[in-house]
Design a protein around this ligand. Structure first.
Ligand code: NAD
Length: 542
């Protein structure tokens, strides 16, 4: 096919509001009822085949753990090997397919999610991961649609990036997919990220072995249905469910391992990096290591800040999706001049939250992902209750009788290095340190040096000198920095997302820089009239 094809210009997918009486609300409620009425059996997908091991794990809504949604088939080492072989078998045809055909597949996937699969995918995310309707809509619908459409656009921009050519020659750059397979290892908390990690690399001509989190398999299964319908060929994306270590043993010892696209916790990523380092002599190529990991995201208010804006940033930034966003505010620094007012308004807002199951649309806060997370959060809360430097000013209660419910909790500490100011908890727990309102600069140094992470952070101030100082002093403390806003809610194409320090390699999901990691350039120089003698002019006698 001849033509320099232009891909459709991407526009962020509009967020539907699910107001009473709307069509989307009815569709979503119907999809929830339908999903709850069935117990499904989820296979692995290897080379386009549905594979069942017979050894299964249950899938249950975190907010209703007695209800069974279905089970999935656990993979062992042989399935990991089969998935790698299926990927490598699919590679020659996939990498030879022209780019516009690949682009069309992923644009079609975006349209399927925007249209006929929107309610089903959102319902699966709501039930499997305990997200309310709005949180599911901005994740599994809008963000994933944006990832797909913007990435296709970035792909075409990358391919059109070409070098200069001197006289008598033509220089070209070919953007080859990596030699081997890519391992996509994805987290529970965003269906969009789970979908983006395999598709971004596949779009660039790579073949994928995808292992999702056990607590996201329910919506991953819907994504596979979409990929198949969109035309992703068999074997290009293979979905398996081994434990992390079982997969690691096979994947990181394989000579054709060409890269990992990871999002998850810092400890897991650091172990993976070490394993890859120890095995480096086994690979045919240096693997690409891309990982977005944990955070200890902050809000720092200046004494000039608007109090209502501070309160809203705190409650939205810390508690939406139960604080289980990598970007969620989990430590805050509030100046003494406004603390009494911030406290009063924040506690009032939190008292107005309703906590409960996602099927009741009035609930703002739902359950945390699983019992392990529940127990960990309950322990942190209990320790804070017994610590002389801490006071719990909101929440502090939890109940696991029906679901993994942790009430939104605010700890106020007089110790700015208290555990919950430093460690990632990944739940609806915010810790606040009240600082002397005249010590803003010292507090910025504290913010910068308190945690090993550097994912997101926010400063709230009216004073422009304060904003300028914070922007400079905190330049290495966050890969996504917000001024007068909450530190969550990055939008694809608008705020490319990723952090530094222990928070990841900062290869910005949904950005050109990320897609660049999944290609290897071949420079081609063609000379039109080739020299036919080796001697140069300077060698001639005068
Ligand atoms: P996780 O690290 O527990 O799991 C991520 C993936 O790794 C899952 O597929 C899991 O099964 C697998 N895994 C777990 N233990 C493993 C091991 N020992 N070896 C190999 N694989 C293993 O993370 P999670 O709980 O699913 O997600 C939450 C974490 O992800 C938080 O730390 C959060 O900050 C981070 N996160 C970061 C970003 C970002 O963009 N920086 C985005 C979302 C989530």
């Amino acid at each position: 096919m001849n033509g320099f094809f232009k891909v459709p210009s991407p526009v962020n997918e509009p967020v539907l509001n699910y107001a009473p009486g709307s069509k989307e609300r009815k569709d979503l409620k119907d999809a929830l009822t339908e999903a709850r009425s069935k117990v499904i059996d989820v296979p692995m997908y290897i080379g386009g085949q549905e594979v069942r091991s017979g050894k299964t794990m249950d899938m249950r809504p975190p907010h209703d753990h007695q209800h069974l949604l279905g089970q999935f088939h656990i993979s062992d080492a042989s399935h990991v090997t089969d998935a790698i072989n299926a990927a490598l078998a699919a590679k020659p045809k996939w990498e030879a397919l022209t780019w516009e055909q690949r682009a069309a597949i992923f644009l079609k996937a975006a349209d399927l999610i925007a249209g006929p699969f929107r309610a089903k995918l959102n319902a699966a995310t709501m039930l499997g991961q305990s997200k309310n309707a709005y949180q599911a809509e901005i994740d599994s619908a809008c963000e994933f649609i944006d990832f797909l459409r913007f990435n296709v656009n970035f792909m075409s921009q990358i391919y059109s990036e070409q070098p200069q050519s001197g006289k008598g020659m033509w220089n070209r750059i070919e953007y080859r997919p990596l030699e081997g397979f890519i391992y996509a290892l994805t987290p529970f908390n965003f269906t969009a990220i789970a979908g983006n990690l395999p598709t971004s690399a596949a779009m660039m001509g790579n073949v994928i072995v995808w292992k999702p989190s056990n607590t996201q398999v329910y919506s991953a299964n819907v994504l596979m249905e979409v990929f198949k319908l969109a035309g992703v060929p068999d074997g290009v994306i293979n979905l398996i469910y081994p434990s992390g270590p079982v997969a690691a043993e096979v994947v990181f010892n394989h000579p054709d391992f060409a890269g990992i696209h990871f999002t998850g916790s810092t400890g897991v990523f650091q172990d993976i990096w070490k394993t890859i380092g120890n095995n480096i002599h086994k690979y045919k190529t240096y693997p690409r290591i891309v990982g977005e990991t944990g955070g200890k995201d902050y809000i720092v208010a200046h004494k000039s800040a608007n109090v209502d804006a501070v309160v809203t940033a705190l409650v939205r930034g810390a508690f939406e999706y139960q604080g289980q966003k990598c970007s969620a505010a989990s430590r805050a620094y509030i100046p003494s001049n406004m603390w009494a007012e911030v406290k009063e308004k924040m506690v009032k807002d939190i008292a107005s939250f309703s906590v409960g199951p996602v099927e009741d649309f009035r609930n703002f806060v739902n359950a945390v992902i699983d019992e392990k997370s529940f127990d960990k959060l309950a322990k942190y809360i209990d320790e804070a209750k017994n610590d002389a430097s801490c006071e719990i000013v909101a929440g502090g209660t939890y109940n696991k009788s029906k679901g993994w419910f942790i009430d939104p909790t605010v700890i106020v500490t007089s110790n700015p290095k208290y555990t919950t100011m430093c460690e990632e908890l990944f739940g609806p727990v915010l810790t606040i340190y009240v600082y002397d309102a005249d010590k803003f600069e010292e507090t910025l140094e504290l913010v910068d040096s308190t945690s090993e992470y550097a994912l997101t952070g926010a400063v709230l101030a009216q004073d422009r000198y304060a904003i300028d100082m914070a922007t400079w002093k905190l330049r290495n403390s966050a890969g996504n920095f917000y001024i007068n806003d909450k530190p969550t809610g990055a939008v694809v194409g608008q705020q490319p997302f990723g952090g530094a320090r222990a928070s990841g390699t900062n290869d910005k999901a949904g950005a050109m820089i990320n897609l660049m990691r999944w290609v290897s350039q071949r420079t081609i120089k063609e000379t039109f009239v080739s020299p036919e003698r080796y001697e140069y002019e300077f060698m001639k006698e005068a």
